[in-house]
Design a protein around this ligand. Structure first.
Ligand SMILES: [Fe+2]
Length: 297
């Protein structure tokens, strides 16, 4: 066999392997855990110098966690091989291991509004699991949800869009506000500048798009933030092609903030890769993720 044909066959095999992996990876749900701590919040402008990537679990935590949440985002149910049953199983397991104070959905029920029924069914199944375990189920809107009417009611979760609830630690009695900001979609975006909660307790902010943080007034910066939206890049391509060419309006990716655990001007931030696939049914080097979030208040 001549060299040209051999190279061609190797290339074809590699491309086939790549495509198969892209199709297989959306099935692999990663159940991880992140430990969040309180830092000193700075009102300085956000820049690369004020952002620090931090490990999921600090080597020497400042204390033991007061709250334990289960966080998942971006189900995009048109192509979400991780079923509600598998997600509910992960919730049950996390609850059995140490109890859960809340289950939190980070937005993006569907990619296209005409498929909303499928998304509501998915979240209602998760909601039934939460009810059975006696865990409150909260959620916020994602950019794909802004045209859906009464989505929280139809999905079985309590909306945190511009609403705050107070969480009380079962262990220490410490309290925190859990609040969210709505996502107004990609056209004519409206960003909330102030958080709708008191100032007595630390604030846990749920914001579908982490860029929401950049539009908050500095005195509204929360102690903790949970987000999704970027899908971890979904299909990681060389030179961050997705963010440098396809999604140029997103600001945090330009600062290296796409997925994982960060200290952003003192706000302990976790950005999930999400569960489903948006637009294309592929993921590569960005497996679906559902996370137990432990918080030291
Ligand atoms: Fe999304």
């Amino acid at each position: 066999m001549d060299i040209f044909l051999t190279v061609l066959l190797i290339l074809a095999a590699l491309i086939l392997l790549y495509v198969l992996w892209c199709l297989a990876e959306p099935f692999f749900l990663v159940n991880d855990k992140v430990l969040m701590e309180k830092h000193d919040i700075s009102k300085d402008p956000v820049s690369k110098n004020t952002i620090r990537k931090i490990p999921f679990a600090p080597k020497s935590p400042s204390g033991s966690p007061d709250l334990r949440l289960f966080f998942f985002s971006d189900i995009h149910t048109e192509w979400c091989p991780v079923t509600a049953g598998r997600l509910s199983k992960a919730i049950r397991k996390a609850h059995a291991e140490g109890g859960l104070d809340a289950v939190l959905f980070g937005g993006d029920i569907i990619t296209y509004p005409e498929n909303s029924a499928k998304g509501y069914k998915y979240l209602n199944d998760v909601s039934a699991c939460c009810k059975e375990l006696g865990i409150p189920f909260y959620g916020i809107s994602g950019n794909h949800d802004c045209t859906l009417k009464d989505a929280p009611l139809r999905s079985g979760f309590t909306s945190l869009d511009s609403v705050a609830v107070t969480l009380t630690s079962r262990k220490s009695g410490a309290k925190a506000y859990l609040t969210g900001v709505p996502d107004s979609g990609k056209l004519n975006r409206v960003w909330q500048e102030k958080l709708v909660c008191g100032s007595e307790y630390p604030v846990i902010l749920a914001a579908h798009d982490p860029d929401a943080f950049l539009h908050l007034s500095p005195d509204s910066r929360p102690s903790y933030m949970l987000s999704g939206h970027f899908h971890g890049g979904q299909m990681k391509l060389p030179f961050r092609f997705e963010f440098n060419v396809l999604r140029t309006k997103d600001r945090f990716p330009k600062l290296g903030v796409i997925q994982g655990h960060f200290d952003i001007n003192g706000t302990d931030t976790f950005i999930s890769r999400g569960v489903g696939c948006g637009i294309l049914p592929f993921r590569i080097f960005s497996a679906p993720e559902a996370t137990v979030v432990e918080i030291c208040l």
